[in-house]
Design a protein around this ligand. Structure first.
Ligand SMILES: Cc1cc2nc3c(=O)[nH]c(=O)nc-3n(C[C@H](O)[C@H](O)[C@H](O)COP(=O)(O)OP(=O)(O)OC[C@H]3O[C@@H](n4cnc5c(N)ncnc54)[C@H](O)[C@@H]3O)c2cc1C
Ligand SMILES: *[C@@H]1O[C@H](CO)[C@@H](O)[C@H](O)[C@H]1NC(C)=O
Ligand SMILES: *[C@@H]1O[C@H](CO)[C@@H](O)[C@H](O)[C@H]1NC(C)=O
Ligand SMILES: *[C@@H]1O[C@H](CO)[C@@H](O)[C@H](O)[C@H]1NC(C)=O
Length: 490
């Protein structure tokens, strides 16, 4: 990863810089402090300096921004090579045009000012638009609205050939589909047009506890089948495995009171693995008590159909924006305990519904049985028909599949053992014939990538050949590392 600055890369960066400076007149930061900020990632398992310098040194009088956006390559992916800090979010009637480098939190705060909001999110909002659209962008809204990539109308992309293209389902559609979920392989997203809808004001936020996996799964699937917003149901559905450790020291645990934690821990001690279904219903408080009555009655009715442990429904009522920004509160808490900037050997999988019981048995009850890692373990289902098959993102070929997020925190001493455990889980899935795909995939060898993309691989390669033939972009993903040799082999 040292110096990959070929003349083509230079000219690519140059056209990007020209493009962005012309359209925004904001500075590009190249000072050592800023560069070093971008040399590590949330995984904290690798470091890599942005290697390419812009073609011309910038005058030193350009002041740094008041706060640099935290870029968060999950795990082992070195960051984008230039630090481009600009500020562009423009709200229209039913869409927003936003710079690829913008953080979702800023998109949220800006759009709600206009009474509007995107409808599909990630759990954590301090991620860039370009970064999540290069993967998929998932959270508890995806069952109904699809991943974030399903909510994009148009993109501006600077391709690896240095072209600046506008693309959509109608225009340069091959690039549009390739870039969404494309792991940064075809171009740099400089603008995304994202669908907006009226923003709700509040969220009734609920957690329901289960002691058996079957009821938990059945209820989640029931809830994600409520697709019509006019029917009463959750607007957000997630869930997690709760083990001793994950209850108290977890960045999502600000929800429960100490009393609740004790009550749940007792249950956990009795039953071992317990499961927590998380849901929320959005509403407007403009109607006063009518709205809360509607919510209360709706939930009561919904609960009659669900099989959580009686007495184990927990409720919070928060603003829409604090609901969406809930993980940030957990971040602050963990930071205060010095538990945020630690190694994160995360593993994210999409597992087909038909194999979810085998997965529960083999992974949650066997491989993870010691309960001694910290960090949430997410489990929630999504509907395949909300994904667009033409996009680069890959999912298991089944109508319902589960997102499994092993979002564990480690220490310098135990990260290796967690990594080994992740490998054990992958081996178990491979050998046990579990139909699954990695989300936020990382592989070291092109054969693994080929297998990952499956029937999409040929298209992926031909798009690479068309839009980034020298493989200048996102080499850190280790998909196309020695471009000419590899591509000419095909
Ligand atoms: C704390 C945390 C929580 C997360 N939670 C979720 C979640 O709930 N749901 C979810 O779906 N994901 C989640 N993620 C994963 C996240 O979607 C990916 O890590 C994503 O890449 C983050 O984008 P970034 O801008 O922060 O990363 P960056 O480091 O900027 O980019 C990572 C990679 O994305 C590509 N990329 C970035 N910007 C662009 C661009 N403008 N154009 C083209 N390619 C680009 C490049 O390949 C780059 O190497 C989480 C990550 C973290 C660290
Ligand atoms: C289609 O893409 C081209 C090339 O980027 C662009 O010039 C044109 O404005 C786009 N057309 C529409 C309707 O978006
Ligand atoms: C956690 O440990 C207990 C024993 O302490 C065990 O019974 C339980 O199955 C474990 N939980 C999981 C999820 O494996
Ligand atoms: C968890 O406990 C087991 C058994 O004591 C041990 O082998 C493993 O290394 C521990 N893992 C972590 C992450 O501490």
């Amino acid at each position: 990863m040292a110096t990959t600055s070929s003349s083509l890369l230079q000219s690519l960066l140059f056209s990007l810089i020209i493009h962005i400076s012309l359209s925004t007149r904001l500075p590009i930061l190249t000072d050592p402090t800023t560069i070093s900020t971008f040399s590590t990632d949330f995984g904290h398992l690798v470091t890599s300096s942005p290697a390419a310098d812009p073609p011309h040194p910038l005058p030193s009088d350009q002041s740094p921004p008041s706060s640099s956006p935290p870029f968060h390559s999950a795990y082992r992916i070195p960051r984008v090579r230039v630090t481009v800090v600009v500020n562009r979010i423009r709200v229209f009637d039913d869409y927003v045009d936003v710079g690829g480098e913008q953080l979702w939190i800023d998109v949220l705060l800006e759009t709600v000012k206009h009474g509007l909001s995107p409808c599909s999110w990630t759990d954590y909002l301090y991620l860039t638009v370009g970064g999540t659209l290069s993967n998929a962008g998932i959270s508890g809204q995806a069952f109904r609205h699809g991943p974030q990539i399903s909510n994009v109308r148009e993109l501006d992309v600077v391709t690896g050939t240095g072209d600046i293209l506008t693309c959509s389902k109608k225009n340069n559609s091959d690039l549009f589909y390739a870039v969404l979920g494309g792991l940064g392989q075809f171009g740099i997203i400089t603008r995304a047009r994202i669908t907006l809808r009226p923003a709700p004001k509040r969220a009734r936020w609920v957690r329901l506890i289960y002691v058996d996996f079957e009821n938990f799964i059945k209820d989640q699937e029931k809830l994600i089948s409520i697709l019509e917003e006019d029917d009463f149901g959750f607007d957000y559905v997630e869930g997690s495995l709760m083990m001793d450790q994950s209850l108290s020291s977890n960045w999502r645990s600000s929800f429960f009171s100490m009393e609740d934690v004790n009550k749940i821990s007792e249950l956990g001690a009795k039953f071992g693995a317990i499961y927590c279904l998380e849901g929320s219903v959005y509403y407007d408080d403009g109607l006063g008590t009518a709205a809360t009555t509607w919510i209360d009655q709706g939930l009561e009715f919904l609960y009659q159909d669900l099989n959580f442990v009686p007495g184990f429904a927990f409720t919070n009522d928060v603003s829409y924006t604090s609901f969406l920004n809930r993980v940030y509160h957990g971040e602050l808490k963990l930071r205060s305990m010095n538990l945020w900037d630690v190694p994160h050997p995360w593993l994210n999988l999409f597992v087909a519904k038909s194999k979810i019981f085998e997965f529960n048995q083999g992974v949650f009850k066997e491989i993870l049985k010691y309960n001694n890692s910290t960090g949430p373990i997410l489990i929630y289902p999504m509907n395949k028909n909300k994904w667009d098959e033409r996009m680069s993102a890959v999912i298991p070929d089944e109508e319902i599949f589960y997102s499994i997020g092993l979002l564990r925190s480690a220490t310098i001493d135990n990260w290796k053992s967690l990594e080994n455990q992740n490998e054990e889980i992958l081996r178990f899935c491979e050998q046990g014939g579990i139909n699954f795909k990695q989300y936020l995939p990382h592989y070291g060898h092109v054969d693994d990538w080929k297998k990952h993309f499956g029937s999409k691989w040929d298209m992926f390669v031909s798009m690479k050949r068309k839009y980034d033939p020298k493989a200048l972009l996102s080499r850190g993903q280790l998909i196309f590392t020695s471009p000419l040799a590899q591509l000419s082999q095909e």
